[in-house]
Design a protein around this ligand. Structure first.
Ligand SMILES: *Cc1c(COP(=O)(O)O)cnc(C)c1O
Length: 308
């Protein structure tokens, strides 16, 4: 099932599995519920990160950049994916990591190092400047010949790649996706028909930022909404209820969710289904964006079991 990273720049994006989930919670409301298994694309270049890196890597290779510089937290799925992609294509990678170095390194950063990524730690104050033009100009001077990819792979090339997630010619009433930067959601909004509603479930508290970015990225598109009630207190915040939900989901469907993104998404969409928010007969697809590389790090850090 796993794809060869070299296929990142192949002309065709991989087609991930579309699976229907059967459960009383859906049939009771006369809902058909599907899951898009982007998590199965690759274990480290996972789900939406593969989509977002595709055209970025192609751009780097075609423009003869020597490498890429990108940004992320210490457990970032995007950092892991960028490091793995860099290794696969022989591109130098630099990760600007938020906060101070903590030793021993967690599994995500150890993996990045093993892939050959150079890690630089920047203070949270510095990290906040990551979108400022002066800061970025300075980056370019420090790393001549490197292409700068924003945090989460959230640039136009990233959004372009996410248009390939729903490749099937299915008509959906609802597409549900987790949001960090919102760029995956933006790609989905561009790729669905006008009568599909795209629901974004932010993994962090500040959903106004996401709404603003979606509006900028998707001018003239209005069939979307941000569901801000399921962030569980903010990014990487969680509760026992969320952990139990993730374990229950695994037992029921044999599909692993992660606690940062997809756990919150599936909790949210299933809660909305239970509440009868969607009309009978609705066809809903939720995107499993992957992110499972960080799960053991999460379990060790918080002493929670999520893998059953
Ligand atoms: C990065 C990530 C997201 C967030 O994607 P955005 O495009 O930044 O909104 C969602 N789910 C998983 C598993 C991720 O790793």
């Amino acid at each position: 099932m796993m794809h060869d990273p070299k296929a990142l720049i192949a002309s065709q994006q991989p087609k991930s599995l579309l699976q229907e989930l059967k459960d009383k919670r859906f049939s009771r409301q006369n809902i058909r519920f599907f899951i898009k298994r982007e998590d199965l694309i690759h274990n480290m270049i996972s789900g939406n990160k593969w989509r977002k890196l595709t055209y970025n890597i192609r751009h780097i290779l075609s423009q003869n950049y020597v490498g890429l510089v990108t940004f992320g937290g210490a457990y970032s799925n995007h950092i892991a994916a960028s490091a793995a992609a860099g290794k696969a294509f022989g591109i130098a990678t630099v990760g600007m990591i938020r906060g101070e170095e903590t030793l021993p390194l967690n599994a995500t950063l150890r993996f990045a190092l093993e892939c050959g990524m150079t890690l630089h730690y920047i203070s949270r104050t510095e990290y906040r400047k990551r979108y400022d033009s002066i800061f970025l100009e300075n980056m370019k001077r420090c790393f001549p010949g490197f292409y700068i990819i924003p945090e989460g792979g959230a640039n136009h090339l990233g959004i372009e790649g996410c248009k390939a997630i729903l490749h099937e010619r299915e008509s959906w009433d609802i597409v549900a996706v987790s949001c960090g930067t919102g760029s995956t959601m933006a790609g989905l909004i561009h790729s669905v028909s006008d009568d599909t509603l795209v629901l974004g479930f932010p993994a962090l508290k500040n959903s106004e930022d996401i709404s603003q970015k979606i509006s900028l990225w998707c001018p003239g598109r209005y069939q979307w909404r941000i569901e801000c009630g399921y962030h569980f207190g903010g990014f990487a915040r969680y509760s026992k209820v969320l952990c139990e939900f993730i374990c229950d989901f695994k037992r029921r469907f044999n599909i692993q969710l992660d606690p940062l993104y997809t756990g919150k998404l599936f909790f949210g969409i299933m809660d909305m289904i239970d509440k009868g928010i969607f009309k009978a007969g609705s066809r809903i697809v939720a995107i499993h964006t992957g992110g499972l590389q960080g799960i053991h790090g999460f379990e060790t850090r918080y002493g929670e079991s999520l893998t059953g």
